[in-house]
Design a protein. Sequence first.
Length: 85
Amino acid sequence: MKFFLPKSHIIASNENNCGQMESVVKCIGCNKEHRIVTNAQKYVDWLNGELINNALPELNAEQKELLISGTCNSCWDLMWGEEED
Ligand SMILES: [Zn+2]
């Protein structure tokens, strides 16, 4: 299966023999690398424009955010965290 990497924070995506896509996402905030394993076909669906909640509902919120924007939980909180009154 050929595909491209449209997002610079996704530094690798490799399909394994089990029909899974093993992606490495580098957080744009802290540069930590996160490995995310998904269904390969669903992952391609997402790359092709499917909503992540439809294509990859099994991912947790942090994994979805990493794939979409390249930010991990702690960096997300730093950038967008709710302001305290
Ligand atoms: Zn981070």
